[in-house]
Design a protein around this ligand. Structure first.
Ligand SMILES: [Zn+2]
Length: 449
């Protein structure tokens, strides 16, 4: 039995108001005790970690991403495009994805997230071209290799161009193929209960790329197996127009019409809602993943986080795919959320603690998890520790605010389930230079076709 005392942090954010100024004690992968200033652990600890130069956070939780897109970052033809033309230009490139390229892309995205203090990541993967039928299996292998937690969502596209959808025909699948694979993946990978490493959710891509039938059927499968539902919604006004023209419904009415307006669902973006729709989303307890960088890059709009949260909708954060961010950095995303939301609600209302709360406890709620996202006895020992010794922090005073205001971008140490996965700013057991070399080559090959 090994107890470790993460001792006397420079600053600590528990995400729940509990005091842990004296640090916390970890045993068997969980937090067993929080200590006030000057307090000693109740029982002797076999080891201690001196955190007096570290700001300690709960491991950050990313609730929306497309790992495969790390292969198409900052690609010139789409640098200055909004969502629909951006997608139409990228779809044919993405259709060439292979298992090897997906494995590399997933590893790059996860390593980047881990180094930014993220311990749990959701991915929305909806591309299954010929040869890539095992996409989620590929991703699950990489998650295990890096020792992180993930919510892998079985995405889908079933409405191709010839039927009035946005994606090209070669990227869509038949409903029965999608549903059979969804069932297979839940049975194979979905872990339940505290400490789960891999979970599966069902994630038809967006109103303009799937049929209402696959939305309804996915909701039924998810209810039957008690797994979560995820999709993109109310990201742009183009999407709203599409829903009005095709279904005669606004986005939330559409969501309701296919049985998705409930607490099992979390949505990426959630920007273009009216007051009545916000009330309904809050009443339903539907979660919203705010993706500030992507929303700024594609000029999609600003998520009404404060109204949604006040109405009862949990708010979390997501970096979104690497073709629209183009970074996979969760601590920088919390900074973006702080600043973008200040533009909407003012500086007094949007605090660093609020943004960090979204990146941790709020995000965990979106994924239906109560065992991560905060520091308290009984929670998983998922921790992100940042040092403030770089040039950018010199002269800063409040350590917690400095993390976001001075733009911390890399954790010094990250623990997942009681095990250090990042030490001295490097991922344990990962040859980063070799990974970058192979990933760059794969990215060039994908574009070359
Ligand atoms: Zn997305």
């Amino acid at each position: 039995m090994s107890r470790t005392w993460i001792r006397n942090p420079l600053a600590i954010f528990t995400a729940n108001g509990l005091d842990a100024a004296g640090g916390l004690v970890v045993e068997d992968g969980r937090i067993v005790e929080l200590l006030g200033a000057g307090q000693q652990p109740a029982q002797p600890c076999a080891s201690q970690f001196d955190a007096s130069r570290h700001v300690v956070l709960p491991g950050l939780v990313n609730t929306h991403h497309h790992f495969y897109q790390t292969l198409t970052r900052a690609w010139a033809p789409v640098v200055n495009q909004p969502l629909f033309p951006w997608l139409k230009t990228l779809y044919p490139v993405w259709a060439r994805l292979t298992p090897e390229k997906l494995a590399l892309a997933t590893k790059v995205a996860l390593a980047e997230l881990l180094l930014s203090g993220c311990t749990t990541a959701a991915d929305h993967h909806y591309l299954f071209p010929g040869g890539l039928e095992q996409a989620i299996d590929v991703q699950a292998g990489v998650v295990e290799e890096l020792g992180m937690r993930a919510m892998l969502t079985r995405g889908s596209m079933s409405l191709g161009e010839k039927d009035g959808g946005l994606p090209p025909q070669q990227t869509v699948q038949e409903a029965e193929t999608i549903l059979a694979d969804s069932e297979r993946l839940i049975a194979r990978y979905h872990q339940r209960g505290d400490g789960a490493r891999v979970q599966i959710a069902l994630a038809p891509c967006s109103p303009f790329s799937v049929t209402p039938e696959i939305m309804r059927a996915s909701a039924e499968v998810a209810a039957r197996h008690d797994v979560r539902l995820h999709t993109h919604l109310a990201e742009t006004l183009d999407e709203e127009d599409f829903c009005l023209q095709r279904f005669g419904l606004r986005t939330v009415d559409y969501l309701d019409s296919v049985g998705w307006l409930g607490p099992r669902t979390w949505l990426a973006h959630g920007i273009h809602f009216n007051a009545e729709e916000i009330r309904r989303l809050g009443e339903a307890g539907t979660g919203i993943c705010h993706c500030p960088s992507s929303n700024m890059r594609l000029a999609s709009g600003i998520c009404p986080t404060v109204e949604l949260e006040a109405a009862g909708a949990p708010i979390g954060l997501g970096v979104d795919g690497s073709a629209s961010n183009d970074a996979s950095n969760m601590i920088l995303e919390a900074r973006q959320a702080l600043y973008l939301q200040r533009l909407r609600y003012g500086a007094e209302r949007i605090t660093p603690e609020l943004a960090l709360g979204w990146a941790t406890r709020g995000s965990a709620r979106l994924l239906g998890r109560s065992d991560i996202g905060e520091l308290a006895p009984g929670k998983q020992a998922d921790l992100a520790l940042f040092k403030l010794d770089e040039l950018r922090f010199s002269g800063s005073h409040d350590p917690l605010s400095a993390l976001l205001l001075c733009a911390a971008d890399r954790a010094d140490r990250v623990m997942v389930g009681g095990v250090w996965r990042v030490v001295d700013g490097a991922v344990e057991g990962l040859d980063l230079a070799a990974l970058i070399a192979r990933h760059r080559e794969a990215a060039s090959a994908l574009i070359a076709g």
